[in-house]
Design a protein around this ligand. Structure first.
Ligand SMILES: Nc1nc2c(ncn2[C@@H]2O[C@H](COP(=O)(O)OP(=O)(O)OP(=O)(O)O)[C@@H](O)[C@H]2O)c(=O)[nH]1
Ligand SMILES: C=C(OP(=O)(O)O)C(=O)O
Length: 244
């Protein structure tokens, strides 16, 4: 996306194929990345979630295909950071969960992504629902996955475990996102008609949930914000490679 660095306002698209809107969802920071609780204290985990979101979004939004990106979150710090980076922020949809600080479970994530899709559908864009924890994602991988996606319908990029979903791509007018994130979401997306994309995209597939995932991401090369948080937290980044 060609944007003003200060306002994030999309400029005139410089690629005739520019028509992609990216949507990302992040839950309340207090409950985020709980599987990293033994590796990083709460404040560092929160910093890491924000950093990974911004590194992920920056890699995607740097694509000439991308005309905009949205973040759905109930968390004011996430919303503020996303807006400053140029995102449209979408309000978290109402949840049947009574405690407003509790994440809405996977249904919360799917409701959030559907709300972001609803906000842009009808404007003629294709949509990529992207995991918000892909700090090794590259713009080239994002472009390749979008271009490999079926031109009319849904396509899915499984994560590096083969079980989860890194990206759900919707191309063509009138196609529903129908997000089915959660356990075994890759298989459930395929069962519901999404085409499984088979490209070799290690950064796109590497969603970071565990300590091992952090190590894998550092080995691949993470974005600047993620690297800074990990370095400040004393994480052994060693001879860090730049994200390619
Ligand atoms: N907006 C929104 N995002 C959500 C919600 N639930 C999950 N997410 C996001 O969806 C992605 C996957 O969520 P989870 O696997 O439940 O949580 P996580 O923070 O990645 O990791 P764990 O706490 O270790 O499970 C993360 O980016 C979350 O922040 C929700 O109810 N609303
Ligand atoms: C919810 C998902 O992601 P995570 O691996 O973060 O649980 C998913 O892959 O559907």
């Amino acid at each position: 996306m060609t944007t003003s660095p200060h306002t994030g306002t999309p400029a005139a698209p410089d690629d005739p194929d520019s028509r992609v809107h990216v949507v990302l969802a992040v839950k309340n920071l207090a409950g985020a990345k709980s599987r990293l609780a033994t590796a990083l204290p709460g404040s560092r985990r929160a910093d890491l979630v924000v950093a990974m979101l911004l590194d992920t979004a920056t890699a995607a939004a740097s694509s000439s295909l991308v005309v905009g990106w949205s973040v759905v979150t109930p968390d004011p710090r996430v919303a503020d950071a996303a807006a400053r980076a140029g995102a449209t922020t979408v309000s978290e949809p109402d949840s049947p969960v009574s405690d407003p600080t509790a994440p809405g479970g996977v249904d919360g994530l799917n409701r959030a992504l559907s709300a972001a899709h609803d906000a842009v559908r009808g404007s003629g864009v294709d949509v990529v629902a992207l995991a918000a924890d892909l700090p090794a994602l590259t713009t080239a991988e994002f472009d390749a996955a979008y271009r490999a996606a079926t031109p009319t319908g849904r396509s899915v990029v499984a994560d590096h475990t083969g079980l989860g979903t890194s990206a759900l791509v919707v191309r063509g007018s009138g196609v529903d996102l129908r997000p089915l994130f959660g356990p075994d979401s890759a298989a459930r997306h395929v069962s519901s008609g999404a085409v499984a994309l088979t490209g070799s995209w290690p950064g796109l597939r590497l969603d970071v949930d565990t300590e091992d995932d952090v190590r894998r991401a550092v080995a691949l090369g993470v974005g600047d914000r993620t690297l800074a948080v990990l370095t400040n937290a004393g994480w052994p980044v060693g001879e860090h490679r730049s994200r390619q």
